[in-house]
Design a protein around this ligand. Structure first.
Ligand SMILES: Nc1nc2c(c(=O)[nH]1)N[C@H]1C(S)=C(S)[C@@H](COP(=O)(O)OP(=O)(O)OC[C@H]3O[C@@H](n4cnc5c(=O)[nH]c(N)nc54)[C@H](O)[C@@H]3O)O[C@H]1N2
Ligand SMILES: Nc1nc2c(c(=O)[nH]1)N[C@H]1C(S)=C(S)[C@@H](COP(=O)(O)OP(=O)(O)OC[C@H]3O[C@@H](n4cnc5c(=O)[nH]c(N)nc54)[C@H](O)[C@@H]3O)O[C@H]1N2
Ligand code: SF4
Ligand SMILES: [Mo]
Length: 894
């Protein structure tokens, strides 16, 4: 048994390049339940990140009582991370679930029955459609529903109502992944596969803290790093994450400067001739545009703009240029930062320049974050047209009209689909009067929360919220619908490397909760949406019907599902699309033949100008005659819109910790996870903290032009001048509103987005930091991850020994007394019993600048007394190591 809170990645199973990643079956059962007592194991996969690890759910007496990884699954070979082990089932099996619909009566939400709740929705919907037409309606959904649910929503929205105002929180998440793939290759679709980890010689992680955000993928990388032919690692991240700790080169750039760095790396490839001219000539377009754009970005120019060492830029480029097989991953450090699409396209460009695509070990993973973000994009619940069809191509619109048997004119295609931030703007202005929010919590996750709260609270706006819990967003609803969650409904979803999994219903939902699919189908029925023959638009009886309809929609498209049936998904491993008659076993890597989906009649998009976001349009695109070639796209570097100045001297960036998922509706309801990260914090660098006289645990006010948070400080390993806040902490477990205790990271972020992908810029803003009070002990930040105390970073901290090597840098034996000799057990994040000596720091009046570094000795920051994040007996997980080739105990059986 192993404590998987303290040891996030579990036991190492090293392997060599080209070898089989050894199986390791991770299993957790509820306290007191032994394996022989489990009634059934039900096949599923984890929905707490985009990795989508295959697992089985343990059921006893009609309740979920645990999980175990599926050894046969190509994604995880049996492993599960902390969220999968604890939150997947604990996060839905609580008494706090919504069990009945709620409606607003005289300002208060009260319980009601389904007919009353649905009637109220249908009445308002019908009235608005009659009076104001389809543009009065907007749908804001998720990256966490099942494929079948998105497809139902997409069809009812596009063919039933005919509104272009439809998007998902995928806009906040991986809109840039889709955009960069469309721009470079003509269509969405992940070129690489997780198995590229097994084959590569180098791994580049661009703004991706994979160690915390896809912990099982990181386990696979760790096992290669521990094997005989360790791949090189390059990390681009302003914080010293676990990834950075193990990197050969860590480019800790200034937030917001990714594009400049990328141009520098590309320039080095040209200068040293590390390019594949044959491949470029045969399979790409516009290389001259790229070489012109990068011309001025010498390593020295990059160093100045990005705040990194020129030598490190050279070393990183050399690794890319001289390795035979490079795997690249890109995530929010790029997608949620300035010039997101332009910067992300440069990763595609690096691979195209070297002809490194479609071969083992040469993967590009423009990562997803959410488990089912890919399906939202495929099905078009994000506003795109289903099956990666192009809204600017009338033939594609006609195909859908024929498939659904509706008039093509109903399907919105006269303008680009409305993105989430614009939907909020229309709601603010009043043209949208009906907003249906499913499986997302914008009152915590959208930028500039003071504004979002105002919009959701508008009297004129009718808000439907469909969730498992009474969230911050649900508080603003006119109707709240209780949804069935994971394990309580059947459906499919597709992970980061196009692997499709079936998740079967294991238990009944609580109370009257219903699946999102049945809710959407019910709405469609009550609205009486019909096709041209007068038949119901959505006549599906259940998920498998919806899935079959979806298979037809994908026939001949890049995401071809026609060869993947429910039956085929039962038993062994998930299957990677495209899968059809020609490729009955699925497809491990796209573009093995370097034939890209850029043909004008086939492509998903005609592309954009990456600097301004202007669309290229059909004429100009056809004139380019792409003919199956990829396109080198770029833009010139532009500094972030908000940069530090005298009033707001710090750069503010936000992100995640390993122990929580988003707004914590599931993870905070798992005891072991919540203990590990019980409350909000901000990270400050040791030099900045010293300069301001701020000690570990002190309470600071962080303020931007939009709002304020007041939270304790973790003095950590972050770039000087940068402040990091986790965005997990809203208010549902803290009194319901920010009044008096604002702590949500998005109180401070900006209403700004990338011109191409429209993804909000969550990772850059200017803020000021002021100390407001002494802390009662260390901040509640985890000590095992990127938020560990400054200087305690040696790998191995994951075994609960954080703090062991910090003394040399910050701690002196005397300073221990400041925190009461480590009385804090860390179990519940409660403070230690020692107070900070009053003399150490004046309580008020500390300006953010101007204190000489020497005024406060660095030894005042006692890193050594901060306790490790501790799991406890209920964090103990069983790991089994089947012999290679042996049938894993959950192998092909289900
Ligand atoms: N534990 C956990 N795992 C998750 C999730 C979760 O909430 N919790 N959510 C899932 C989802 S939906 C997503 S989208 C993914 C996100 O996964 P990641 O993208 O890995 O997570 P983040 O912490 O948002 O951001 C990654 C890193 O970007 C860095 N960064 C900040 N600004 C910049 C910049 O300007 N440039 C660069 N290069 N880096 C910068 C941050 O320091 C941070 O370490 O995680 C998925 N997995
Ligand atoms: N500052 C800052 N903000 C960010 C980010 C950041 O890095 N920094 N990251 C952004 C990213 S990448 C993302 S993905 C978003 C995530 O932001 P959100 O989507 O708002 O976060 P979640 O907490 O995942 O919200 C999902 C909701 O769906 C509910 N739910 C779960 N399963 C089901 C189901 O089956 N049916 C229904 N109906 N409901 C269900 C959950 O209870 C929860 O309330 O946040 C974004 N916001
Ligand atoms: S890596 Fe992601 S999918 Fe796998 S168990 Fe962890 S949270 Fe779930
Ligand atoms: Mo995300």
């Amino acid at each position: 048994m192993i404590d998987r809170i303290a040891d996030i990645w579990g036991t190492r199973t090293p392997y060599a390049r080209g070898g089989h990643w050894p199986d390791r079956i991770d299993q957790l059962l509820a306290d007191g339940v032994i394996e022989s007592e489990v009634d059934r194991w039900v096949q599923s996969a984890c929905v707490l990140c985009s990795n989508g690890c295959g697992l089985d759910i343990a059921v006893k007496d009609g309740a979920m009582v645990g999980v175990r990884g599926r050894a046969a699954d190509l994604v995880n070979h049996g492993r599960l991370g902390p969220k999968g082990l604890f939150a997947s089932w604990q996060g839905v099996s609580t008494k706090e679930r919504l069990t009945r619909p709620l409606i607003r009566e005289n300002g208060t939400l009260v319980e009601t029955d389904w007919d009353t709740a649905m009637d109220r929705i249908v009445e308002r919907s019908g009235k608005l459609l009659a009076e104001k037409g389809p543009l009065s309606h907007a749908f804001y959904t998720s990256g966490q529903l099942f494929l079948e649910e998105y497809y139902a929503l997409a069809v009812l929205g596009k063919a039933g109502i005919g509104t272009p105002h439809m998007d998902g929180n995928t806009r906040l998440c991986t809109a840039t992944a889709a955009a960069s793939l469309k721009e470079s290759f003509g269509s969405d679709g992940q070129p690489g596969t997780a198995a590229d980890v097994d084959e590569c010689d180098a791994i580049f992680l661009f703004g991706h803290n994979v160690a915390e955000t896809q912990t099982v993928l990181w386990s696979r990388i760790l096992d290669r790093l521990g094997g005989p032919d360790r791949p090189a690692v390059v990390c681009v991240d302003p914080r010293r994450t676990e990834v950075a700790q193990l990197a050969d080169v860590h480019l800790a750039l200034r937030p917001g400067t990714n594009l400049a760095l990328m141009h520098g790396l590309i320039r080095e490839l040209f200068v040293h001739g590390w390019i594949n001219e044959e491949f470029i000539a045969a399979h790409t377009l516009k290389v001259e545009d790229l070489s012109a754009a990068v011309e001025k970005w010498t390593p020295e120019a990059v160093a100045e703009t990005c705040g990194v060492e020129a030598e490190d830029v050279r070393r990183a480029a050399e690794i890319f240029g001289t390795s035979e097989r490079v795997l690249s991953t890109v995530l929010q450090g790029f997608y949620q930062s300035s010039q997101a699409t332009a910067a992300s396209c440069q990763v595609n460009n690096l691979h195209l320049l070297r002809g490194m695509i479609g071969r083992p070990g040469c993967g590009i993973l423009q990562m997803n974050g959410q488990p089912t973000a890919q399906n939202n994009r495929e099905c078009g619940a994000d506003g795109d047209l289903p099956g990666f069809r192009n809204w600017e191509n009338p033939d594609h619109v006609n195909e859908l009209a024929a498939l659904w048997n509706v008039d093509p004119a109903v399907i919105p295609h006269w303008a680009p689909p409305t993105h989430a931030m614009q939907i909020m703007r229309y709601a603010e202005q009043g043209s949208v009067g009906f907003l249906w929010i499913s499986a997302t919590n914008p009152a915590v996750s959208m930028p500039e929360l003071p504004r979002i709260r105002e919009i959701l609270a508008r009297e004129e706006l009718f808000v439907v919220v469909q969730d498992l819990y009474m969230t911050e967003t649900a508080q603003y609803a006119d109707v709240v619908l209780p949804a069935a969650g994971w394990g309580e409904k059947t459906g499919t979803f597709t992970n980061i490397d196009r692997t499709v999994h079936l998740s079967e219903k294991a238990v009944e939902p609580p109370g009257e909760a219903r699946s999102d699919l049945s809710i959407f189908l019910d709405y469609s029925r009550r609205m009486d949406f019909r096709n041209k023959d007068g038949k119901p638009l959505l006549g599906w009886a259940g998920p498998e019907d919806a899935y079959r309809a979806w298979q037809e929609c994908t026939r001949g498209r890049p995401c071809d599902y026609t060869g993947i049936s429910y039956a085929k998904l039962r038993g062994g491993s998930g299957i990677q699309w495209p899968c059809n008659d020609e490729r009955p076993d699925g497809t491990e890597r796209l573009y093995a033949d370097a034939d890209f989906p850029t043909d004008p009649d086939y492509c998903e998009s005609y592309g954009h100008d990456l600097l301004t976001g202007a669309t290229v349009g059909p004429q100009a695109y056809r004139a380019m005659a792409p003919g199956g070639r990829a396109v080198f796209k770029t833009a010139s570097y532009a500094p972030p819109h908000e940069e530090p100045d005298g009033d707001y001297p710090f750069r503010y960036t936000t992100g995640r910790t390993a122990y929580h998922f988003h707004t914590r509706t599931k993870t905070a309801r798992s005891k072991p996870l919540n203990r590990a990260a019980p409350d909000a914090w901000v990270e400050l660098s040791a030099p900045d903290a010293t300069r301001m006289g701020v000690l570990e645990g002190d309470i600071v006010s962080v303020r931007s032009r939009r709002g304020e948070i007041v939270v304790p400080v973790r003095v950590g390993d972050i770039r000087e001048g940068t402040v990091f806040a986790p965005f997990h902490y809203g208010y549902w477990d803290a009194g319901g509103s920010p009044d008096g205790h604002p702590r949500a990271a998005n109180e401070l972020t900006m209403t700004e987005w990338d011109p191409v992908s429209k993804q909000p810029v969550f990772k850059n803003a200017a803020v000021q930091v002021k100390r407001v009070a002494a802390g009662a002990g260390p901040s509640p930040a985890p000590t095992t991850t990127a938020s560990r105390p400054a200087g305690t970073g040696a790998y191995g901290a994951s075994h609960g020994s954080a703090g062991h090597d910090g003394a040399g840098r910050h701690g002196s034996p005397d300073s221990r007394s400041a925190y009461g000799n480590g009385a804090n057990t860390g179990q519940d994040g409660s403070a230690g019993d020692g107070a900070i000596p009053a003399t150490a720091i004046p309580a008020t009046g500390i300006p953010t600048t101007g204190i000489p570094t020497t005024a406060i000795p660095t030894t005042a920051i006692p890193a050594t007394v901060i306790p490790a994040t501790v799991g406890g007996p209920d964090a103990e997980v069983q790991e089994t190591f089947p012999l290679p080739g042996a049938d894993g105990k959950n192998g092909d059986r289900s």
